[in-house]
Ligand binder design. Sequence first.
Ligand code: SF4
Length: 63
Amino acid sequence: MENKTANYCIACTVTQCRHHVKTANYCALDKVLIGTHEENPTASECVDCESFAADKSSVQGSL
Ligand code: SF4
C-alpha cells in the first residue's frame, strides 16, 4: 500500500476515499473541492467533497 502524506488542514473521516491517508483521519490532497447536490442546501448532509474518488480496495461487493 502506498504511503500518503497527511494534509493537516483537511481533516476527513471518509476512509473509503482513494485520497484518505488511512493511518489518520486526514486527506492527502493539497486542496479539495466542496460542493452541494442540492439547490438550496440547509444541512451538512447536503454538502459533498467533490474530490472524492472511490478507493477500489475498500469497495464492498464489487468483483
Ligand atoms: S478527497 Fe475529500 S473525501 Fe477524499 S479523503 Fe480528501 S477530503 Fe476526504
